[in-house]
Design a protein around this ligand. Structure first.
Ligand code: SF4
Length: 402
């Protein structure tokens, strides 16, 4: 379960360098929590309002119940517009629906537009953190991948490696015909589709592409522009330790400065409505800032791989995965906690993560206890029957040698 030593050190550094800046930031947690909760208390109405505003802006809206349906929409929409390649931004939702895998299975070349995601893809890994997808990668592995793919001389200079990625990304961006964009928010009052970054890639992509496919988790609607401003600031402070992002990109229609575009919006449920109205509904306030990951001593030891196949990691993943993913392995994730409560004060939208983790543990304990009881019964039988014990040892050795 423990990540290797290098990954643990890398996540520790992320904590020291990023969390320090984040700790100095002070988002208005109470107001941000109210803004998120306002929408969640009447999610259906806000979603309908956002949908009708988006349609009025010239956007085609589609609803996906699960990740397979979301992937099907992406693939079919790209095919319908004749695209065999697309660029995508960095967004946890795109990892959640495994859009790269779906595109590859349908012979569509889906290239990430963030160097972190690009290297994660080249190395054949998975993102482990919602904001810094490549935080767990070794520079040696990144360098080997860059050398194998682009013949970049072997180097452990991370600046150079990032520049090599940017060099490849820029021509791809200038040629982009289709864009797949995971959004941070959408505004019910105006139908604006919003994404945030610090390098301007989102703005470039949505301005240049002829076909823009946006995806939004159904929980990420905000009521109005005032709430949007509040949440943008909360996100920037908690994710990057800065007052605002360098770029806020808004898609408000199908006309980007005289450039006529096709804009599609896919609203993704994928288990979110199972959380709504239940004891873990406050987790839907999450804006994926990653602050609880940075501060969590368990996440820093196990990394993203500790959360199995689930796309959402860290304390928030440990709360939501048992309800959303519903895989047996996810039921153990609430136990990935030291009970230190460090995640409570850093969450910019006031989610009581320690309380929800505790409730999930109580819920999952009987199932886990049953398994533990079974394992102890087998162990007891082996210890009381030496012959059986030695047979089991021989069998285990043979299995190990295969
Ligand atoms: S639970 Fe809170 S701290 Fe953790 S990622 Fe979500 S918004 Fe950020």
């Amino acid at each position: 379960m423990l990540a290797d030593r290098y990954t643990r050190n890398a996540l520790q550094r992320l904590y020291l360098y990023r969390a320090r800046g984040v700790a100095q930031a002070s988002p208005d947690t109470a107001q941000a929590a109210v803004a998120r909760q306002r929408v969640l208390d009447d999610l259906g109405s806000y979603l309908r309002q956002m949908e009708s505003q988006a349609v009025a802006n010239g956007v085609s809206v589609h609803w996906a119940d699960d990740f397979q349906e979301a992937d099907r929409f992406v693939v079919n929409l790209l095919r319908a517009s004749g695209s065999t390649a697309a660029l995508r931004n960095h967004a946890p939702l795109l990892d959640e629906i495994a859009v790269d895998r779906a595109a590859a299975a349908n012979q569509i070349d889906m290239q990430p537009l963030s160097p972190g995601d690009l290297y994660v893809q080249l190395v054949g890994s998975r993102p482990s953190h919602p904001v810094f997808p490549a935080a767990h990668l070794r520079r040696e592995d990144v360098s080997a991948a860059a050398h194998a793919q682009w013949r970049v001389p072997v180097t452990y200079d991370t600046e150079l490696l990032a520049r090599s990625a940017f060099l490849r990304l820029r021509p791809a961006l200038l040629d982009a015909k289709a864009a797949v964009i995971g959004l941070n928010f959408a505004v019910a009052a105006t139908g604006s589709l919003v994404c945030l970054d610090n390098d301007g890639h989102n703005a470039g992509l949505v301005s240049l592409a002829d076909h823009v496919i946006c995806l939004l988790g159904i929980d990420r609607v905000v009521a109005n522009l005032a709430d949007l401003h509040l949440l943008i600031s909360a996100y920037a402070q908690s994710a990057w330790g800065r007052p605002l992002p360098s770029y806020v990109t808004q898609v408000t229609g199908s006309d980007a400065g005289g450039h006529k575009q096709q804009v599609d919006l896919i609203l993704v449920d994928n288990g979110r409505s199972r959380l709504l109205g239940g004891p873990f509904a406050p987790a839907l306030r999450c804006i994926d800032c990653g602050a609880c990951h940075n501060i969590c001593p368990v996440f820093r030891q196990v990394g993203g791989a500790g959360y199995g196949a689930a796309a959402r990691t860290g304390p928030i993943g440990a709360v939501t995965n048992p309800v959303v993913v519903r895989a047996r392995a996810a039921n153990l994730q609430p136990f990935l906690s030291s009970g230190c409560n460090a995640c409570a004060p850093v969450c910019p939208v006031g989610i009581d993560l320690p309380g929800l983790l505790h409730d999930q543990r109580v819920r999952q304990a009987p199932r886990t206890a049953l398994k533990e009881k079974g394992a102890f019964w087998v162990w007891q039988q082996l210890l009381s029957h030496p012959q059986l014990f030695h047979q089991a040892l021989r069998l285990a050795r043979r299995i190990r040698m295969r």
